[in-house]
Design a binder for this molecule. Sequence first.
Ligand code: SAM
Ligand code: SF4
Length: 331
Amino acid sequence: MTSRTPIVDPFGRRIHYVRLSVTDRCNFRCVYCMPCEETQFMPRKELLTFEEIERLTRVLAEMGVDRIRLTGGEPTVRRGFLELIERMARAKSSGLRELSMTTNGWNLAEIAEPLRAAGLTRLNISIDTLNRDRFYELTQRDRLVDVLRGIDKVTAMGWLPLKLNVVVCKGVNEEEVADFVQHFAHLPVVIRFIEYMAFGESKFEMVPWRKSKARLDARFTLDPVGGPEGSGPADYWTVRGTEVTVGSIGALSSQFCSNCNRVRITADGELRNCLAYEPDALSLRDVLRSGADDTDLEWAIRGAILRKPFSHIQHEDGQHSFEGTMVSIGG
Ligand code: SAM
Ligand code: SF4
């Protein structure tokens, strides 16, 4: 239950979803995500501690945040990650409904059961190709088999709905979109095709969702449906003759800013109002370490969200890139 006033931004949008990065480190090196230059990771002492994250989670839940998604880098590489989930899951008594995670899936076959036991409610797994060589080219790791084992494990556990994230890049995996549906046809998974976004230097060309949809239409019959519970800014279709639902996340070709319900928090505690840019991020870590009580923390969050912009200016023309690095923001 909400014991504090819910968060509303200057445009009347209720903010009830937080994407929380718990580390900027990752065991993969996806070329569309990591910066080209040598990555400088955040010093450990700059990361929010488990105690700080637990407290922040509770205060956010009391302010009406009912969904938190853990992300990274790769969230599962943070030491003690299961303990962190257990601690965050305590906020369910303050109104948190969904505690989910986006992962590259490298060790899910082993940790899926402990994750669910610790209190995680949902999973998104990133997988951009079904071709082992291409997987290596994209991630610099030979881990496709492990990710597929993880997907099998999660579906065998009946931990559904399971969402798979596929970033579609021109000339790389764009011809695979229908293969994804074919490959997972027997599993009740939601495959979401994401338009590549350029952060800083553009490494690929994005493929507009309408092109991926045309490729799917050429092989399957798609019926539009409402998204599964907990779905974000995506449109959804069931695929006739399969168990699969497909969705699109067209950050560029179909701006969904007007319905934005979320903010992001980086691993060092910066509150980022928009995925695309944040000129004036509030350091929640500084607030937490300044001796602030829960009411001070609440009003600091509220004040920062008053600076949330209405929309970002990135467009399909590729004229504007997003600011920061995806690996540190977490998607
Ligand atoms: N390591 C985890 C993973 O890969 O799922 C979580 C962090 S990752 C940054 C979150 C999501 O962002 C992934 O689905 C990834 O594919 C996506 N992503 C990374 N770089 C991207 C980019 N340049 N454009 C669009 N999506 C991107
Ligand atoms: Fe790591 Fe995820 Fe970025 Fe790949 S997309 S480099 S797995 S954080």
